[in-house]
Design a protein around this ligand. Structure first.
Ligand SMILES: Cc1cc2ncn([C@H]3O[C@H](COP(=O)(O)O)[C@@H](O)[C@H]3O)c2cc1C
Ligand SMILES: O=C(O)c1cccnc1
Length: 337
């Protein structure tokens, strides 16, 4: 008979943290984060000092219904901007020494001919979920599987996931609504900044799109009916990353909707997930509450791209360093109170 590997208990982890040279609890939420990392990696000294950012880009059929303040062409233009290193995510990542990978999961138009682009396009954009399913179940399966394949191309101990896709706050609202049963209106926000009339129009369009199907749906049906390729691919990548022992840094509203889908399929991956920031997008707060997630930062940001996840990375790294590098009262010869 093979013996089961020892699973660290919460009490063992807490007493290891309490033995460090600091008053009890003095590192606040860094201690909570450290305990999460130790539990997830099942070691008291989990080294987490490398991170990569993967940005998934795709277009959304529902963008044609006027639910964004920006035209669909911006998705492809921003992909080129990511590749040129000029987006907010690039600037943040560079300042932190984090490599950025850009995935074409289904950007509209002709495929981009850019050697640095990770080209995994399922189709040139989804169908409009106002009229029918955004994608087929075969496309969903392909997107999910591709997410796992993409994780295989990365090495870092933590992966931050970002997205780009005009109209994807609309898709994220619909996906979150069908997964959770929360009222749709509480999950709809201004995205890139639609004005009050634009927001009323967005609510009406999304209400009609939601009315096509049952109030709540299974995760696979919800994804196929309403998600984008970048969201399904990100969800698949989150599951694969967590199952490979990597920490998963969850960004804003769209990434959190993808995380909710990943959790619906694979609840066991929750300990890998760090909810990094609370976006200004109205639905994010509601969805985080439903997930019982209390994110690390609240910076009044509403961008996506993985920017919020990047800002939280130093906190994750510090929590790991606290566990790995900090002395105990015993080892340092410091008197306890
Ligand atoms: C220049 C620009 C850069 C962006 N970077 C991320 N997003 C963000 O805005 C989009 C979602 O908002 P909506 O649903 O209203 O279209 C996504 O592409 C998201 O990543 C951007 C949007 C714009 C315009
Ligand atoms: O929170 C996000 O991820 C977000 C919010 C608005 C626009 N794009 C992304």
């Amino acid at each position: 008979m093979t013996s089961q590997p020892h699973r660290l208990s919460d009490a063992e982890i807490q007493s290891f943290i309490d033995a460090k040279t600091k008053p009890l609890g003095a590192l606040g939420r860094i201690e909570t984060l450290a305990a999460q990392i130790a539990r997830f990696r099942n070691t008291l000294t989990p080294r987490v000092d490398t991170c990569e950012l993967v940005i998934f880009a795709a277009d959304h059929g529902i963008a044609a219904e006027g639910v964004s303040a920006f035209p669909q062409a911006v998705t492809q233009q921003m992909v080129l901007n990511f590749l040129a290193g000029g987006a907010a995510a690039n600037a943040f990542a560079r300042s932190l020494g984090i490599p950025v990978h850009v995935v074409d999961a289904g950007v509209a138009g002709e495929p981009l001919d850019a050697p640095a682009l990770w080209s995994y396009r399922i189709a040139p954009g989804t169908e409009s979920s106002l009229r029918g399913p955004a994608m087929s179940s075969a496309e969903l399966a392909q997107a999910w599987q591709t997410g796992a394949e993409i994780v295989g191309r990365t090495q870092a101990q933590a992966l931050a996931f970002g997205e780009m896709g005009i109209g994807n706050t609309a898709s994220a609202s619909l996906l979150a609504h069908k997964l959770t049963g929360l009222p749709l209106d509480t999950l709809v926000g201004r995205g890139t900044g639609v004005d009050p009339a634009g927001l009323a129009h967005k609510r009406a369009v999304l209400g009609d799109a939601a009315a096509r199907t049952d109030t709540t749906l299974s995760v696979d049906t919800a994804l196929a009916e309403y998600a984008g390729f970048e969201m399904a691919m990100m969800a698949g990548a989150m599951q694969a990353a967590a199952e490979d022992g990597r920490m998963v840094l969850v960004d804003g509203f769209i990434a959190t909707a993808s995380a909710a889908a990943a959790l619906a399929r694979a609840p066991h991956i929750r300990p890998a997930m760090v909810f990094c920031h609370r976006s200004q997008e109205a639905g994010h707060r509601v969805l985080l509450d439903w997930l019982n997630a209390d994110p690390l930062l609240d910076m009044d940001m509403r961008l996506g791209e993985g920017t919020g996840a990047l800002l939280a990375w130093p906190l994750v790294k510090a929590a790991s360093a606290m566990l790995c590098d900090m002395a105990s009262f015993d080892s340092a010869g410091v008197s306890q109170g």
